[in-house]
Design a protein around this ligand. Structure first.
Ligand code: NDP
Length: 295
C-alpha cells in the first residue's frame, strides 16, 4: 500500500518517442521494487523544450530521460552537469539536487557496464563506428575506463575528427579518426569493435559497411541497436567466431543507473531486461498484426 498520496514522477521527453520501451521497463522495475513511482513518456517538440523542463520543475518531477532530439538542447535549461555529461556535451538523464536540475549521461556508462559481462575496456584497442550521440558517450566512458587506443570511424569526417580530438585533448586517450569509405577493414590487433551508428535500427537485414573477413574470433563485436537485438553485424560476427554483445544490455544498464540515481534503490537488472524483452515481443506481435491487416 502506498504511504503517500503523491506519487514520485519521472519522465522521458523526445520526438518521435512513441515506441520507446523505457516506460514499460521502468514501471515494471518500480513495481518490482515496491516503489510508488510513475514514469511517463512525452512527445515534446524542440520549440517546447524550455516550457516542458519548466513544467517538470514546477510540478516537482524527480528527474527524467531526454532522447532525440533534446540531448544537447536540454543543457541550457539545467543548473549543472556531471563531469561525463560536460565532456560529452550531451545529457540523457537529469536528476534533482535540492531545487537544482543536474544533467548526467548514462548511455556510455550503461554500455561499459554491459561490456563488462564479456570483457573490460582497460588497455584494449577499440574501434567505434559512428560519431553521433551514442558514439560520443561510449567513446568518452571507454576512454575513462582506460582503453589503450580508440579509433573513430565515421562517414562525416568533421564529426569523426571532432570526437577523436575530444578524446585526445580532454580524455587523454590515444585516439585517431579514420574516414569511412567503402567497407571498413578491421585492423589486426583490434580487441573490441562497436557499431554505434543507427544502421540496423528496425531493420534486421541492414548491412553495416564492414569487411566481415577482417573480423577475428578473439574480437568482441558489440552493437548499440536494441530493436532488433540480433543485427546483421552481430550475426556475421558470430559466424566468424567473435564474442557478440547486443544493445539490450546497454539500454537496461543505463536505465538501471538512472533508477538508482533517482530513487537511491538498486533495481533488479534481470527484471528490467525481462520487461524489455517482453515489450519488444509485444511490438513484434503488433507489427505482425498490422502487416496481416494490411495484406
Ligand atoms: P546520431 O544521429 O547522433 O548519430 C548517428 C550516427 O550514425 C552518426 O555517426 C552517423 O554518421 C551514423 N550513420 C547513420 N546512418 C549511417 C549510414 N547509412 N552509413 C554510415 N553511418 C551512418 O544518433 P545516436 O548516436 O543518438 O544514436 C545512434 C543509435 O544508437 C540509434 O539507433 C539509437 O537507437 C541507438 N542507441 C542505443 C542505446 C542503447 O541503450 N542501446 C542508447 C542510445 C542510442 P554521420 O555522422 O556521417 O551522419
Amino acid at each position: 500500500m502506498p504511504d503517500s498520496h503523491l506519487q514520485s514522477v519521472v519522465c522521458c521527453m523526445g520526438q518521435p518517442v512513441a515506441g520507446n520501451p523505457t516506460q514499460f521497463m521502468m514501471e515494471k522495475a518500480f513495481e518490482a521494487a515496491d516503489l510508488d513511482w510513475r514514469y511517463l513518456t512525452f512527445e515534446v517538440r524542440p520549440d517546447d523544450l524550455a516550457t516542458a523542463v519548466r513544467g517538470m520543475r514546477e510540478m516537482g518531477f524527480k528527474g527524467g530521460h531526454f532522447t532525440i532530439p533534446h540531448k544537447v538542447a536540454v543543457i541550457e535549461h539545467l543548473d549543472g552537469l556531471s563531469e561525463a555529461a560536460e565532456l560529452m556535451g550531451a545529457v540523457n538523464c537529469i536528476y534533482r539536487d535540492g531545487d537544482k536540475f543536474i544533467g548526467e549521461n548514462t548511455d556510455g556508462k550503461g554500455f561499459v557496464q554491459s561490456l563488462s559481462e564479456v570483457t573490460a575496456p582497460k588497455e584494449k584497442r577499440v574501434v567505434i563506428l559512428g560519431a553521433g550521440g551514442a558514439a560520443r558517450a561510449i567513446a568518452v566512458e571507454v576512454g575513462l575506463a582506460g582503453a589503450a587506443e580508440i579509433t573513430i570511424v565515421n562517414r562525416t569526417a568533421e564529426r569523426g575528427q571532432e570526437l577523436s580530438d575530444l578524446l585526445t585533448d580532454k580524455v587523454n586517450v590515444a585516439a585517431r579518426f579514420v574516414p569511412w569509405e567503402d567497407d571498413y577493414s578491421v585492423e589486426d590487433g583490434t580487441d573490441i569493435l562497436i557499431n554505434a551508428t543507427s544502421i540496423g535500427l528496425n531493420d534486421a537485414d541492414a548491412r553495416v559497411a564492414v569487411d566481415t573477413n577482417s573480423l577475428q574470433s578473439q574480437m568482441v563485436v558489440a552493437d548499440v541497436i536494441f530493436n532488433p537485438p540480433e543485427t546483421q553485424l552481430l550475426r556475421d560476427a558470430a559466424d566468424r567466431g567473435c564474442t557478440t554483445l547486443d544493445g539490450l544490455g546497454m539500454l537496461v544498464n543505463q536505465a538501471v543507473i538512472g533508477f538508482k540515481i533517482w530513487t537511491g534503490v538498486d533495481p533488479s537488472a534481470a527484471a528490467m531486461r525481462e520487461a524489455l524483452e517482453e515489450y519488444l515481443e509485444l511490438l513484434d506481435i503488433g507489427r505482425c498484426q498490422l502487416q496481416q491487416l494490411a495484406s
